[in-house]
Design a protein around this ligand. Sequence first.
Ligand SMILES: Nc1ncnc2c1ncn2[C@@H]1O[C@H](COP(=O)(O)OP(=O)(O)OP(=O)(O)O)[C@@H](O)[C@H]1O
Length: 258
Amino acid sequence: MIELDGVSFRYPGGETALSDVSMRLEAGEKVVLLGANGSGKSTLLRILDALEMPQAGTFRFRGEAVSGRRLRNKAWARDFRRRVVLLFQNPEAMLFNPTVHDEIAFGLRRAGVEGVEERVRSWAHRLDLSRRLSASPLALSQGEKQRTCLAALLVLEPEVLLMDEPTSSLDPRSTGWLVDLLEELPATVVTSTHNLSLAAELGGRALVLGEDHRLISDQPTAETLADTETLYAANLMHTHRHRHGALEHRHYHLHDWD
Ligand SMILES: Nc1ncnc2c1ncn2[C@@H]1O[C@H](COP(=O)(O)OP(=O)(O)OP(=O)(O)O)[C@@H](O)[C@H]1O
C-alpha cells in the first residue's frame, strides 16, 4: 500500500533530515517508528502525508507515485487527504474551529459526506468527548485536545493513520485506551515514539531511524527491543554510572521517557 524507495530529504537551507530510506507497508499493518530526537521521525511522517516531497527517491501510495504534479490535481489531492491522515505532535496546530463538535465535523462537511451528526456523536463517544462537544477546543486539556484531533481524523475513516508522538500528552488511562483503539482499527497505522516501553504495544513491527537519518532496522518490535546493539547505535539507550555506597558500576538504560 505504501512504498518508499531511496527517499532522501533536506529542509531548505537545512541539514539532511532523511537519507536513502526504503520500506514497504502493507494494508492494516501497525508499525512503530523509533528514533532519537532529530533522527527524522516527523519528517518521514510528513513525507508519508505528502506535506513534504523528497528531493531523491520515490513515494508510492496504492501503486501511484505521489508527486507535486499529482497533488496539484485537486480531486486526486482531496482523495489522498481523506485516505491518509497525520496526527501532529502538537495538537494546537490542528485546532481552529469554535467547538469540539465543529472540529470533528469539519472534514466530513468539507467532503460533503452524509450523516455528519451521527458520525460526530459516535466518534465523540468512542473518544470520551461526548460531554465536551460544545466546548472550545482551546479550553481543553492537552490530552482532550489530542483526542479531539484524533476524532477529527478518524471520523474520515482513513486507510492510513500517521501519528507523531501521540502518547506525549496522554496520561496512562488515555494511552491504554489508544493502544486498545489501535488493535480495533482496520487502518494501516504508523506511530512515532521514543518511548521504548510502549513500542511493542504500538506496533508489531518497528522501524528505527539512526542519528545519520538512515533506516537502520526494520524487524518485529520484540526483536528490536532485544537488539541492544541497534538501540545503542540509534541512541535509544545509554549507559550511566550508578553508586551503591562506595561501589560504582555502569548500567545500560533504555531511554523510555516521553
Ligand atoms: N522546518 C525545518 N527546517 C529545517 N530543519 C528542520 C526542520 N524540521 C526539522 N528539521 C531538521 O531535520 C532533522 C530531522 O528532524 P525531525 O523533526 O524529523 O526529527 P524527529 O526524529 O521527529 O525529532 P523529535 O524526536 O525531536 O521530534 C533535524 O536535524 C531537524 O533539526
